[in-house]
Design a protein around this ligand. Structure first.
Ligand code: NAP
Length: 255
């Protein structure tokens, strides 16, 4: 009976590092995890002011916050982010690899540079961050890694060869690493958002949005908070038996 009661005692605060936390989905995830009771490390690339605003909201929700600038396509920057997190908090429990970019064009017109750039940020960035976090998570025999993929990586999307390839790569990377660390208390899952209201989709012509929505049973775009809810579930202590999973949050687009 006493052992059972232990389950209901307050648990230690967890620390979550979220890449690309200054805007859109990353911002919503950071705020949600802060509300869930985590301390948060917020990474951004260039928009310091936007990241500071997110930091303020997270602090208001009761979280201790550390802001870290860094480009996820740079392995040393990734190592440095994890180092700063450990220096400040002494632990890293949850890693959300959310930072991402797109450089859309049909394949015939896509430059090699734009193909590589998207692979570097969207796929290599996930690899570098997971590698940087590996030692501390394996040592503590605990971790929750959530990688933000995309339905584009599952279905392919015309005009997004680079992005679809990177996001499909994220799925393979997630499953491979999930198998490697499954016995160490570390889960590695992916969330595949459909079309979500953020700056990334803001510039799409209305006609293109309409065309995509034709294929969405829910008949609407998703909100960043829809993704944050899924990440919160996968980041939970109680979700330890879910690993290598790709959770589509897409209004039914991919079923
Ligand atoms: P967004 O609004 O464009 O925000 C992108 C975020 O990533 C920003 O915080 C940005 O930081 C950061 N970032 C960009 N390049 C970076 C780099 N090299 N290093 C570190 N941070 C970098 O994008 P979003 O729509 O929220 O997308 C978030 C994730 O969801 C991405 O992986 C995206 O591919 C994925 N996704 C989005 C949708 C959608 O419909 N929106 C659908 C499927 C998947 P700064 O603000 O400092 O520039």
């Amino acid at each position: 009976m006493k052992e059972d009661a232990g389950k209901f005692l307050a648990e230690e605060r967890q620390v979550a590092l979220i890449t690309g936390a200054s805007r859109g989905i990353g911002r919503a995830v950071a705020i949600r995890l802060a509300k869930d009771g985590c301390d948060v490390v917020l990474n951004y690339a260039g928009r310091r002011e936007a990241a500071e605003e997110v930091a303020e909201i997270c602090s208001y929700a009761g979280a201790e916050v550390l802001l870290v600038q860094g480009d996820v396509s740079d392995p040393e920057a990734c190592e440095d982010m994890v180092r700063q997190c450990l220096d400040r908090f002494g632990r890293l429990d949850i890693l959300v690899n959310n930072a991402g970019i797109n450089r859309d064009a049909i394949l015939m017109r896509m430059s090699e540079e734009d193909f590589r750039k998207v692979i570097d940020v969207d796929l290599m960035g996930v690899f570098f961050m997971m590698k940087a976090a590996a030692r501390t998570m394996v040592r503590s025999r605990y971790g929750r890694i959530i990688n933000i993929s995309s339905v584009s990586g599952l279905m392919g999307n015309a005009g997004q060869a680079n992005y679809s390839a990177a996001k499909a790569g994220v799925v393979g990377l997630t499953k491979a690493y999930a198998r490697e660390v499954a016995t160490r208390g570390i889960t590695v899952n992916a969330v595949a958002p459909g079309m979500i209201h953020t700056e990334m989709t803001e510039e799409m012509p209305a006609q293109a949005v309409e065309a995509v929505l034709q294929g969405v049973p829910a008949g609407r775009m998703g909100e960043p908070e829809d993704i944050a809810g899924a990440v919160s579930f996968l980041a939970g202590r109680e979700t330890g038996y879910v690993t290598g999973h790709v959770l589509c949050v897409d209004g039914g687009m991919c079923m």
